[in-house]
Design a protein around this ligand. Structure first.
Ligand SMILES: NC(=O)c1ccc[n+]([C@@H]2O[C@H](COP(=O)([O-])OP(=O)(O)OC[C@H]3O[C@@H](n4cnc5c(N)ncnc54)[C@H](OP(=O)(O)O)[C@@H]3O)[C@@H](O)[C@H]2O)c1
Length: 328
């Protein structure tokens, strides 16, 4: 069934998919009050995608952005370039895609591809159907991170146009658009906007904070024997679950929209850090302090958590922490 834009439908409820994600699945027609959301979906898609195929898809609706993500079918031998393919998420994605029979190319400075200078980019993308961008800026300073994501994204999109790439998948952050005081988040929003305004069909996966990243967040609040962090709640998730979803999306049709994913529980940041420091044998004391900023922005419980229609990742913090404690 193809839904015209004006008939766009919303998703409620959920089922588990093969990777254990809870996927919204119940299709409910937009009611009168939802008409604006339908319009927003069309505006968001900039008129490029007027129809949403909901019968072959795992449909997702979020703030009016309706995304259809369905497998490409039997295509088993795609060339997929993973920008940042040597990083935490990227190396995992490369492994997953390669194990499914695809030619997964890790593109990063130490494999000869630099998206800032353009070095090696055209050659890497030659013959590629899909590009997954999970790169990150080496510096989180406001100007440096903005310059990284703008320059890199521009170069990648230009190279994709030249190579005829059919799908650009990028990893961004749930709530980035709400944290205007954070230079890092402003840069991620700029990246999202360039992708949306570009010519390559795309899917933007917005994930919450990785459990693996909490230790680095804690360091930003460290002072001697004390770590001061906000107690605002996040909905963090395992990097492995992020990689699983990004890999799945890379093999799906472009949504020309957003897919949001979050962990199974909302947990206070200070408590997450306290438990990680404990299993790491780190003696520092974590103190809850709501006045401490998160990369430049003051958080509340809603800042970095998704609203409705997001996919729920399976790994709980307790399970991830137990694996970390066991050295896995
Ligand atoms: N951390 C979180 O909680 C979180 C949450 C949601 C979304 N995200 C997003 O997830 C993405 C990936 O994060 P991650 O933790 O996996 O990053 P990461 O481990 O720091 O890896 C970054 C990757 O980017 C590559 N890179 C750096 N400069 C490059 C350049 N000029 N050209 C090409 N590649 C370059 C790095 O290559 P080298 O190793 O060779 O330098 C590395 O492969 C980021 O975009 C981030 O915004 C993060």
């Amino acid at each position: 069934m193809l839904l015209q834009g004006g008939q766009a439908q919303r998703v409620r409820g959920g089922v588990h998919d093969a990777d254990g994600f809870v996927v919204p699945h119940v299709l409910v027609p937009f009611g009168v009050g939802d008409a604006a959301l339908g319009e927003a979906a069309l505006a968001h898609n900039d008129g490029r995608r007027r129809k949403f195929d909901v019968t072959r898809s795992s449909p997702i609706a979020h703030r009016g952005f309706v995304a259809s993500c369905h497998p490409r079918g039997t295509e088993q031998d795609m060339k997929i370039v993973v920008i940042g393919g040597t990083g935490l998420i990227g190396s995992n994605v490369v492994k997953r895609l390669a194990s499914q029979g695809h030619e997964a190319v890790a593109a990063a400075p130490n494999t000869g591809v630099n998206t800032l200078t353009g070095e090696g980019l055209a050659a890497a993308l030659d013959g590629a159907q899909v590009v997954v961008d999970v790169s990150n800026s080496p510096s989180f300073a406001d100007d440096a991170v903005m310059s990284f994501f703008k320059t890199s994204t521009g170069n990648v999109l230009d190279a994709e146009a030249a190579a005829g790439v059919r799908h650009h998948v990028a990893l961004s952050i749930v709530g980035a658009e709400r944290l205007k005081d954070s230079g890092y988040m402003r840069a991620k929003v700029a990246q999202e906007e360039m992708i949306r305004d570009g010519h390559t069909p795309y899917t933007i996966v917005k994930a919450t904070q990785f459990y693996e990243f909490v230790k680095a967040i804690a360091e930003t609040g460290a002072d001697g024997d004390t770590v001061r962090l906000t107690s605002a709640k996040l909905r963090p998730m395992a990097a492995d679950d992020v990689a699983a979803l990004v890999s799945e999306i890379a093999l799906a049709e472009p949504a020309n929209g957003l897919v949001e994913v979050a962990g199974p529980e909302a947990l206070p940041l200070d408590e997450l850090a306290r438990q990680i420091l404990r299993v790491d044998g780190d003696p520092r004391t974590v103190v809850a302090d709501p006045s401490v900023a998160y990369f430049g922005a003051i958080l509340d419980d809603n800042s970095l958590t998704p609203d409705a229609g997001f996919r729920t990742a399976p790994t709980t913090f307790a399970r991830w922490l137990a694996a970390r404690a066991a050295g896995k």
